[in-house]
Design a binder for this molecule. Structure first.
Ligand SMILES: Cc1ncc(COP(=O)(O)O)c(C=O)c1O
Length: 399
């Protein structure tokens, strides 16, 4: 049977994320000796007090559908948390609890995009956005960012895109995946001004907002009073508390927007997992444990970032922008196609990293000279992994 004839051509045309694809690449190194630095999956355990809350939830028989929007106690806790940690003001009516940030992304894009709508994405970016936009037959306008500008958005380039065609939305990820860049206040202000001048929505993926290094203060674009009413925030518990498998995220937006997204969310999920909602509530409710857990986690990732940078910077092969948040490094090696190198590296050295081109659109040529490292492995593995990357590159350049 030729099954493609029955499939949606758009789906046939959208590959699985490259972040996962690299797992299928061959290696001559035995699996137990390989070092996997490709998936943004925290290796740290979920804090014990949150795990205990799942058991509590079961004992309380919380096994029914919840409110479509998410349990009210969780939405209230999210509101209080966002106010206290990020100075953002929302009401529980403006919070929609989702099955992870990923389903938030899908629901938001489905709710706002019609065929042929334009959406601007600064690249490199998180690949599932590309697929989700394609499923809506909308058009991505790419805004290139580069390592020598610390992956910052250039206001002049943004303006020239906006002057050319009407735009429905701009998508920001800060701290960024794959770059770890935090968008500075000055650029946020420029974006806010543009959003008013050109009348578009801002989708702000802030799932790494609590993994911020060097004691920097994270500022959400929704904290600009003029931007609040046109911003949709995507959030998640996955990374900030090592809760990826819980599948709990949420959307913050004005209630008329939430009401529309809720319809999509209902169609996709009915509601988020009831046990995980309770655990997420407990995670936020105990402020002392919450603060302790986040600060330990940030310290761990910051130490790892510093270790990776120290090893890579000793070699003059890489251009690197120091990540200020999240847990990714996105170095560049000038004039080398990293897609070919990354495959070769995995085969010969057993280190799995992701080529930069997987975080971009095909037409952005230079992005194939980058690669992404996740520092979601312990220091011993990272130390070995970085050293292998450096020596592999030396050898590769000679071949
Ligand atoms: C920028 C960004 N947004 C959203 C997600 C989805 O995360 P989750 O669905 O686990 O909340 C990820 C996962 O890596 C991500 O990097």
């Amino acid at each position: 049977m030729f099954y493609d004839q029955f499939m949606n051509p758009v789906v046939l045309d959208t590959p699985i994320s490259g972040i996962r694809l690299v797992n299928s690449w061959e290696s001559k190194i035995p699996l137990r000796e390989q070092i996997h630095l490709n998936i943004g999956q925290p290796d740290l355990s979920t804090p014990a007090y949150i795990k205990e809350a799942v058991v509590d939830a079961l004992n309380k028989n919380l096994t029914r559908y919840t409110d479509l929007m998410g349990e009210e106690y969780l939405r209230k806790a999210i509101v209080a948390f966002q106010q206290a940690f990020h100075n953002l003001t929302y009401s529980p009516r403006e919070v929609l609890v989702t099955a992870g940030g990923q389903s938030a992304i899908f629901a938001v894009l489905k709710a706002i995009l019609s065929p042929n709508d334009n959406i601007i994405i600064p690249f490199p970016s998180y690949p599932p956005y590309i697929n989700a936009i394609k499923y809506n037959d909308a058009k991505i306008l790419s805004l290139e960012t580069m390592v020598n500008d610390n992956f910052n958005i250039d206001a002049g380039r943004l303006r020239s895109i906006l002057e050319n065609e009407p735009v429905k939305a701009l998508l920001l990820i800060s701290p960024g995946n794959p770059t770890g860049t935090i968008i500075p206040k000055k650029i946020l202000q420029e974006i806010v001004d543009f959003s008013i001048e050109f009348n578009f929505l801002i989708i702000s993926d802030e799932i790494y907002s609590d993994i911020v290094f060097d004691d920097l203060a994270y500022q959400s674009i929704a904290s600009f009073p003029e931007a609040w009413e046109r911003t949709i925030i995507i959030q998640s518990f996955s990374k900030m508390l090592s809760m990826c498998g819980f599948r709990i995220g949420y959307i913050l937006a004005p209630s008329p927007i939430i009401d529309q997204i809720k319809v999509i969310h209902h169609t996709m999920n009915i509601c988020a997992n009831s046990l995980a909602q309770y655990a997420a509530y407990k995670a936020l409710e105990d402020r002392i444990q919450l603060k302790r857990s986040i600060s330990e986690l940030v310290k761990t990732y910051q130490d790892r970032r510093d270790l990776c940078l120290e090893i890579l910077m000793k070699s003059d092969t890489f251009s690197i922008s120091k990540p200020r948040g999240a847990f990714y490094l996105f170095p560049k090696v000038a004039n080398l196609d990293m897609t070919i190198f990354c495959k070769w590296l995995k085969y010969n050295y057993g280190v799995t990293i992701v080529p930069g081109s997987y975080f971009s659109m095909e037409q952005i040529e230079g992005h194939n000279q980058y690669f992404r490292i996740c520092f979601t492995a312990n220091k011993e593995q990272l130390n070995l992994g970085m050293k292998k990357i450096v020596s592999a590159l030396k050898k590769y350049k000679k071949t």
